[in-house]
Design a protein. Structure first.
Length: 71
């Protein structure tokens, strides 16, 4: 499964990366490869069976600290 994830991401990066490289927009290229790398790391960890914590609790804490507790 691990190799399937890596091969899939390489194929996606090749097809989508070529389109972005032709546009020569450095901001879009940097943003795309940052997101795709972050996504690939999470996918690899999940395929290896690593338990990742849910981000819902920190997000809830941030929203409550901004808007306050609801009744």
């Amino acid at each position: 499964m691990f190799f399937l994830v890596i091969i899939s991401y390489i194929i996606i990066m090749l097809f989508e990366g070529n389109v972005l490289l032709k546009d020569k927009k450095l901001g879009k290229i940097t943003f795309y490869f940052t997101l795709i790398t972050f996504s690939m790391i999470i996918s690899i960890l999940l395929s290896l069976g690593v338990h990742l914590p849910s981000p819902s609790t920190p997000i809830k804490n941030i929203v409550v600290s901004i808007f306050g507790e609801t009744n």
